[in-house]
Design a protein around this ligand. Structure first.
Ligand code: NA7
Length: 552
């Protein structure tokens, strides 16, 4: 349960050295809700945001075809009854512009912008032990003292730019899907290259192909994509959901990935049914579309043999869509399905039947280099007017570690995480009192409906702050023992699954030199149950320290 009541004006009570109670880094969905909750507690807050407006990852990822892969009626805030009743989504899967309009609407509705400083990055955060305050510095040269810091920096916001020889000397246009320009981009009449076939590549390639004179897709690892079957929302269906929205949200919170309660996973092992029944089940999920495909059976992410049978079903589908058997083979993934994030597509595979689209496999023979006018693979140069880098993100830790964060005794977060991120519940790091991560590594985060996970974390942080002030403590900090134990649990769970078997961004394996460690916690209900249990048990694994004598 959340405590929405205001807490005392603790600054006044303690004569704190802080300018504000909270500094929140980022004005995406996490930062916006954190600001709203902080105000509800009577706390003062400032938000710093690098973009010129709210929206976080949806502000930056403006590439053609950008859409959420969670259905719009589910990928939205639940904290305010009127908000969820009044907002009207237009399609089953919302486009990036529509999600951005929603974020903007929320910012207006709750008058959030007045506490947000845009076009400003936080560059450092230092904990002062004597004052129990954080000193936060921005790239505009401002320094703010705050009692608490909330890193609402987003899991997919630090772009991964490949280190390919000659890229900086290439004279054509270079676009990254994660930092797309705000002005319209036309590819009409152009020779275009797309590097990368993750979700961003798979969503943008069909639309770029429609415009470009010639499109060349450089594929290192083929990916599994399940059709979105996107469509305008049926008003009757939406009305039925809105009539029982709270129940619908509650049901989603009991789902492993915090969405999809209308089509729950089938609690049957893949190989427990005969071929015909299996095919019928998979056909049904394919026709339904999207991420619930992985719920066709209960062991797809656990049993390699089961996984292979389901993977082969998708490969067959790819072969039936793509005309040229050699291209179909190249597009058919060989890694385990679900190991890299499943993609949700509209006409991706069929795009390779177009005469203006070429697939170049760069797995065995990587991109050699850029020239000033093109890309060389296998000694052959292809010339391009534009190159689209759909090469993903330094996920989950990238944006946190861009900030120079120093905690107790000057310890550096970059050093503490040098061998992989270590958190307690994905919420706190020992040595960094009063600093919180929203959807941090070690929490379900990217394996769930992100907004549901965001609301859970922001509510927990808000409750912890209220608890801290009620109890008269000065700081909250995760213990080393609880953190070590938590990290081992996160990894032990992952080791029961197929997730460690490929080079995914969940493992940090997409960024050269990044430590290989599975970062998300698997299973939203199991996680929230544990967090509830820990909280009820006097915040087991967290220490509350008194206000420092110099401050109190
Ligand atoms: P992803 O899923 O990380 O995809 C990035 C793609 O770029 C992937 O196919 C990579 O191949 C490829 N890549 C990266 N570097 C290179 C180089 N140097 N050469 C060739 N190919 C390269 O990022 P997305 O933006 O598509 O999606 C991220 C998430 O956003 C997605 O999962 C959804 O949750 C939303 P690789 O697979 O590493 O071999």
């Amino acid at each position: 349960m959340s405590d929405h009541g205001p807490v005392a004006d603790v600054n006044a009570l303690r004569g704190s050295a802080a300018d504000v109670d909270l500094v929140i880094v980022g004005a995406g969905f996490a930062g916006l809700y954190m600001l709203h909750r902080a105000r509800g507690l009577g706390l003062t807050a400032r938000v710093f945001e690098a973009g010129t407006d709210v929206g976080g990852t949806w502000y930056w990822n403006r590439y053609p075809g950008a859409r959420c892969d969670t259905e719009s009626v589910e990928y939205s805030y639940s904290f305010d009854h009127d908000l969820q009743q009044e907002w009207e989504w237009s399609e089953r899967y919302a486009t990036q512009p529509e999600i951005l309009r929603y974020a903007s609407h929320v910012a207006d509705r709750f008058e959030l912008r007045r506490d947000i400083t845009f076009s400003t990055r936080v560059v450092s955060a230092r904990f002062g032990e004597a004052s129990t305050t954080w000193s936060i510095t921005t790239d505009a040269g401002e320094t703010v003292a705050a009692r608490f810091v909330v890193l609402a920096t987003g899991s997919l916001s630090s772009t991964n730019r490949p280190d390919i020889d000659g890229l900086d000397g290439y004279t054509g246009r270079v676009l990254h899907t994660g930092e797309w320009p705000h002005e319209p981009v036309s590819f009409t009449g152009e020779r275009v290259a797309v590097i990368g076939t993750g979700s961003s590549g798979i969503q943008s390639i069909p639309l770029i192909a429609e415009q470009a004179e010639r499109l060349t897709v450089f594929q290192r690892t083929p990916n599994y994509a399940i059709p979105a079957h996107n469509r305008p929302l049926d008003p009757d269906d939406v009305a039925a959901i809105k009539a029982r929205y709270d129940e619908f949200r509650a049901a989603n919170r009991r789902m492993t990935a915090a969405f999809g309660s209308r089509l729950p996973g089938n609690d049957v092992p893949t190989l427990a049914v005969d071929d015909e029944e299996r095919r019928t089940m998979l056909d049904r999920r394919w026709e339904h579309g999207g991420l619930p495909f992985l719920g066709a059976f209960n062991d797809i992410l656990l049993d390699p043999a089961a996984n292979e049978v389901v993977a082969e079903y998708v490969r067959d589908r790819i072969r039936s869509i793509v005309d040229d058997p050699a291209v179909a083979d190249a597009l058919a993934p060989t890694n385990r399905i679900g190991c890299k994030r499943l993609c949700v597509d509209t006409d991706y595979y069929a795009t390779f039947n177009r005469s203006n689209v070429e697939l170049v496999d760069v797995n065995d023979e990587p991109i050699e280099r850029f020239t000033t006018t093109g890309i060389v693979v296998g000694g052959v140069e292809r010339e391009f007017d534009s190159v689209v880098l759909a090469t993903g993100f330094d996920a989950m830790t990238g944006s946190v570690l861009k900030i120079d964060i120093r905690g107790r005794d000057g310890c550096e977060l970059r050093e503490v995480w040098a061998h992989g991120p270590r958190t307690y519940l994905g919420l706190q790091v020992p040595g960094f009192p009063n600093l919180f991560t929203v959807n941090g590594p070690g929490s379900p985060s990217v394996l769930t409906n992100m907004i549901v996970s965001i609301e859970h974390h922001v509510d927990w942080i808000s409750d912890a702050l209220a608890h801290l002030d009620r109890s008269g403590a000065g700081s909250i900090e995760a213990t080393v023992e609880a953190t070590d134990h938590w990290v081992s649990i996160v990894n032990a769970i992952a080791d029961f699954t197929i997730f460690p078997s490929c080079n995914s961004w969940y493992l940090g394996a997409n960024v050269p030199g990044k430590p290989r460690q599975f970062m998300p916690f698997l299973g939203f209900p199991a996680y929230t149950d544990q967090v509830a249990d820990i909280t009820a048990d006097a915040y087991r694994g967290f220490e509350f320290h008194p206000v420092h004598p110099d401050t109190g």
